[in-house]
Design a protein around this ligand. Structure first.
Ligand code: ADP
Ligand code: MG
Length: 776
């Protein structure tokens, strides 16, 4: 309550931290970290002179950069959260705006730091930990009523996308709704068309985070990994007020994962940059301009040059407490970039922000409060001066009273009142109404307790908690996310105990595709993640069950002790020992035991809550890994089975041999997806729709050595009947891993099918030639 009066402004420079990403390289001679200096901390690099200019001489040079603190390779996620994010979260809870942004080159650990790793619960980053922390406080703080909202946006090519759109299963970034920025006359920005979703608790907030992350992942363009070139801003909006007060505090917390900074230095690559690279440069370039202008206290700060700096305007030299995390990699090849990151941070550290307590009177609440006060004063006055009425209440009045009582009960404000005036009849009527409601509730409560008592042995106040813990479905699966992520409705109905293959297959696949999927999945890196997490989940369920049993036991033991206590008191009352009345040693012992058991009980419940959060998080990690696997498979499948239905297939053909982990590497896309049509003869049907699907696969899967004839409705010897046999070029041999003895692709004799096969082989050759001729 005292905090409410502490109006204030906090002037503070942007806090800078550095985090060194773990590496296997021997780097002890290359850099050192010192956290014990009076002035804070520093990281020092020892590098050959002129590193990066291509010329390396034997002289070494030292570069030292100061930070508030430097986290070396072994620093864990919890430590990062506690040192960097928790103080910011505390300020946000107190009504100040906060921003934490990660800056560094691609692969230096920005996403790992801000969002977390995709594999383990322990790797969760600043966002989930901060959410946990915020909601814990919100629940515990009974002096304030809070509402929280969340938005998540991605800025790519200077276009802002809403990652929390629930309607879409976006395949491309362009499918996501775009957000536009409006500047009002006071230069405040407003984001149009950004969905800001209410999130009442940690679970809902986590769901939104994973929903956004999944959109972010699935919408990544095939060839240009958008995540390295886009900025993501996750924002928590907090609104708090004291019950009954009209003063509200609104604060915002931006958690920002910036695009890879490496491109800032590579702006002029012969004037042949692709659009997205250019925009990324521009956007981080302008961030640098904004930082420079601010650090030199220039009159004009070019915030409006890009969307990113517009959105983060408050965070940079404005009403916000801002923290920067410089993520650096100390691998030898990355030292130069890491030093630029540190240099940039030194500039950032000069920027002064001025955070003000965002407190205001809510006019609607204020009017409501004044009206209430006015009414109660009138009532008081009437009570003193007025005459009590004699006639009965009318039906209309009774109905109105019922509504009033209902509204009163529904009002969450603990200081809400029932304004009844001086009319005693009305007051009596309301008491009667309340009495009826309370006895109804009591009856219901009794019934519930009886039922619970029957199910659990006894019925008392501890039962519901343990029932929650032992119920098989104690953690509801994440419906919201599931519903959005899975394309088929039946998919959501599947139980999580089904085997991974079945779960991951999603919509029913054709035979060939199914085989392919199995092979694909066997080698996929995320399969291990999924299996590991499945094992973790199993283990946690067992633990939760075990804890549930403990909770029950403890509860029983508390009840037992209470009974003993009761008995003891009765006995003593019967025996009538007045001299011992003061202190009964037996009773004291029992009471002590009760206390001990209660303590245990509390700790079990605490453990259960922690388990709950972990289980939920791991489930979401699995969901995401699953979506990623499906996405990777789709991409791989469309690479290997070109057809008009697979947009983008030709461009992806150039990646050559199928490898589940192969990532398209060429940034240049030879034409748009629509091109694929031109490689095939113009059939009305899809070229492969009449081929048994198992066969399209076999030529590409390394394990299967020979090209098989189409099975089923065609005779096995059909290729001989057709007579023509196509010889594979050496490149194709290499591509399809067919043994030397099996270099031929048998044609079927069906001219349409053969046309397709030939067209396909031609298309492949074309692409291979293109691949061999280097593209600009
Ligand atoms: P960025 O977002 O900067 O491009 P990422 O956060 O994606 O980089 O990190 C690149 C890879 O390194 C990821 O596989 C990530 O899991 C791993 N990684 C990054 N930082 C750490 C760390 N501190 N500990 C363990 N792994 C890390
Ligand atoms: Mg990243």
């Amino acid at each position: 309550m005292a905090g409410m009066a502490e109006k204030g402004t906090v002037k503070e420079t942007i806090q800078i931290f550095a985090r060194v990403k773990p590496t296997r390289e021997e780097t002890s001679k290359v850099y050192s970290v010192n956290n014990d200096e009076a002035a804070g901390a520093s990281v020092e690099f020892v590098v050959p002179k002129d590193l990066g200019d291509g010329y390396v001489n034997n002289k070494l040079e030292n570069y030292k950069f100061r930070f508030r603190r430097v986290f070396d390779q072994t620093a864990g996620q919890e430590e990062i959260f506690e040192t960097i994010a928790q103080p910011v979260a505390d300020r946000v809870l107190a009504g100040y705006n906060g921003t934490i942004f990660a800056y560094g080159q691609t692969n230096s650990g920005k996403t790992f730091t801000i969002t977390g790793g995709a594999r383990r619960y322990g790797d969760r980053g600043i966002i989930p930990r901060t959410l946990s922390y915020l909601y814990q406080h919100i629940i515990q703080d009974s002096t304030m009523v809070y509402t929280t909202h969340i938005s998540y946006l991605e800025i790519y090519n200077n276009v802002c996308y809403d990652l929390l759109d629930r309607q879409l299963e976006a395949c491309r970034l362009e499918d996501l709704p775009t957000v536009t920025i409006m500047h009002d006359s006071e230069q405040n920005i407003q984001l149009r068309n950004l969905s800001i979703q209410q999130s009442a608790n940690e679970e809902e907030a986590l769901n939104l985070l994973f929903l956004g992350d999944t959109h972010r992942m699935t919408a990544e363009t095939l060839l240009n990994k958008a995540s390295t070139r886009s900025h993501c801003i996750f924002t928590v909006y907090l609104c708090g007020r004291q019950p009954g007060s009209a003063t509200v505090r609104r604060s915002k917390l931006h958690l920002v994962d910036l695009a890879g900074s490496e491109r800032v230095n590579k702006m002029a690559l012969g004037g042949q940059l692709l659009t997205e690279a250019k925009y990324i440069n521009v956007s981080l370039h302008y961030l640098e301009q904004v930082i420079i202008s601010l650090s030199e206290s220039r009159a004009h700060i070019p915030y409006r040059n890009t969307l990113m700096t517009s959105v983060l305007r408050d965070s940079l030299g404005g009403n916000c407490m801002t923290t920067m995390i410089s993520t650096i990699s100390v691998d030898k090849t990355n030292l130069k970039e890491s030093m630029s990151t540190c240099r940039f941070a030194q500039r950032v550290a000069l920027i002064k922000n001025e955070a003000v307590l965002n407190e205001e009177e809510d006019p609607v609440l204020l009017i409501a409060r004044l009206k209430r006060e006015n009414q109660s004063l009138r009532d008081e006055l009437a009570m003193v001066t007025g005459e009590p009425r004699q006639e009965q209440l009318t039906q209309d009045e009774i109905q109105k009273l019922e509504v009033q009582v209902k509204d009163f009960l529904d009002d969450t404000d603990p200081e809400a009142t029932l304004a009844l005036g001086t009319d005693l009849q009305k007051i009596h009527r309301c008491f009667t109404l309340l009495k009826t409601i309370v006895s109804g509730l009591r009856q219901q409560l009794n019934t519930i307790q009886e039922k619970l008592g029957r199910a659990n042995g006894t019925g008392n106040e501890l039962t519901p908690l343990s029932a929650v813990a032992t119920a098989p479905d104690f953690i509801p699966l994440n419906r919201a996310v599931r519903g959005i992520l899975t394309s088929e409705k039946e998919e959501t109905e599947k139980t999580r105990d089904q085997d991974t293959t079945a779960q991951l297959n999603g919509p029913r696949l054709s035979m060939g595709k199914e085989e392919a999927f199995e092979i694909f999945m066997r080698d996929h890196e995320d399969r291990l993640t999924i299996e590991d997490n499945k094992a973790v989940l199993k283990q946690r369920y067992i633990e939760a069950k075990g804890l549930g049993v403990q909770v029950n036991k403890t509860r029983d033991s508390i009840n037992e002790l209470k009974k003993q206590l009761e008995m003891r008191r009765i006995q003593r009352a019967d025996q009538d020992h007045p001299e011992e009345e003061e202190q009964d040693p037996v009773e004291a012992i029992i009471l002590k035991q009760v206390e001990a058991e209660k303590k245990k009980f509390k700790s079990y419940i605490g453990d259960l809550k922690t388990l709950r959060t972990e289980i939920q998080h791991v489930q979401l990690l699995m969901e995401r890994a699953k979506v990623k696997l499906q996405k990777d498979f789709k991409e791989w499948w469309s690479e290997e089975t070109p057809g008009p239905q697979d947009s983008g297939a030709p461009s992806s053909l150039q990646t050559g041999r199928p490898s589940p982990n192969s990532k398209p590497s060429s940034p240049g896309r030879p034409g748009s997806g629509g091109h694929s049509l031109s490689y095939f003869p113009a059939h009305k049907q899809e070229p492969y729709s009449h081929l048994p699907s198992a066969t399209d696969l076999r030529s590409f899967v390394p394990k299967i050595q020979t090209m098989q004839t189409p099975s089923g409705d065609r005779p096995a010897s059909s290729h001989q009947r057709g007579g023509s046999v196509l010889e594979l070029t050496p490149q194709l041999r290499d591509l399809s891993s067919i043994k030397p003895a099996d270099y031929s692709i048998p044609l079927t004799g069906d001219s349409r099918i053969d046309d397709d096969i030939l067209a396909f082989v031609r298309a492949r050759q074309n692409l291979l030639q293109r691949r061999d001729t280097p593209q600009q």
